[in-house]
Design a protein around this ligand. Structure first.
Ligand code: APR
Length: 227
């Protein structure tokens, strides 16, 4: 059985990372759309750097939860037949042992050089305009996909979603495309579809089955069923 699991901010909420669209998801009064665009970066680079520098620093204080760990166990069983596609820019899937993970919206712990297009593992701040490790220019930006930019790895993701027997969405509001459209694509190609979310998402009706509850309960329960 080939399985694709799409994850969103809800899977990391119980680790202590805020989601984007829940009540406490605002950042100092800013909507995420105000800090997560190329235009915002042109206009106010220091504000955008501060947003991502804070989120990168916060990673040091959090741990994967039972939902991340359950997906890592599922990968031990399914191997190449499981792909985790995450919209999250945290590294909690990797830290719980998952290896087959695609970060369609990029990674906090990576920097992208606007001058030479290099990607570099990065754990410190970008706000002080550090030089690029390769070309030396001070043009590093967060290696994340902003609104209006094309998500990473779309060929591989659509290939896997199109071949999946089971498509599962965990902890995502279904508000942001293209990820919000994967369920319809998967279903159209013959996959069974399942949603695991705290509350019904915007696209709940598109799934064959939707279960409501915290990811730390629902994901281990579902993984145990499947194994
Ligand atoms: N368990 C399961 N689901 C949860 C939990 C939990 N403990 N806590 C919250 N949720 C659910 C919320 O009910 C909501 O439906 O997770 C979802 C989080 O939705 P968003 O905040 O919109 O996050 P996400 O769907 O990941 O956002 C998509 O939008 O801002 C951009 O690029 C950013 O990747 C992000 C994308």
């Amino acid at each position: 059985m080939r399985v694709v699991v799409l994850t969103g901010a809800g899977i990391s909420a119980e680790s202590g990372l805020p989601t984007f669209r829940d009540a406490e998801g605002l950042w100092h009064g800013h909507r995420v759309e105000e800090v997560a665009t190329p235009e915002a970066f042109e206009r106010q680079p220091s504000l955008v750097h501060r947003f991502y520098d804070e989120r990168r620093a916060a990673l040091a204080a959090v741990e994967p939860n039972a939902a991340h760990r359950a997906l890592a166990r599922l990968e031990e069983t399914l191997g190449d037949d499981l792909l985790v596609v995450t919209q999250n820019i945290d590294d909690l899937h990797e830290r719980s042992g998952s290896r087959r993970v695609l970060h369609m919206h990029g990674r906090l712990r990576s920097a992208l050089c606007r001058a030479c297009a290099g990607h570099f593992d990065w754990t410190g701040d970008l706000g002080g305009a550090p030089p690029c490790p390769r070309c030396g220019r001070r043009e590093l930006r967060p290696d994340v996909v902003w609104f209006g930019e094309i998500p990473y790895d779309m060929d591989r993701i659509l290939g896997a979603v199109g071949r999946a027997d089971l498509f599962v969405s965990v902890g995502t509001s279904g508000a942001v495309h293209p990820a919000a459209g994967f369920v319809q694509y998967a279903a159209g190609q013959g996959a069974r579809t399942l949603e695991l979310n705290l509350v019904p998402s915007e696209g709940s009706h598109l799934f064959d089955e939707s279960r409501q509850g915290p990811a730390s309960h629902l994901v281990p329960e579902w993984v145990a069923e499947l194994r």
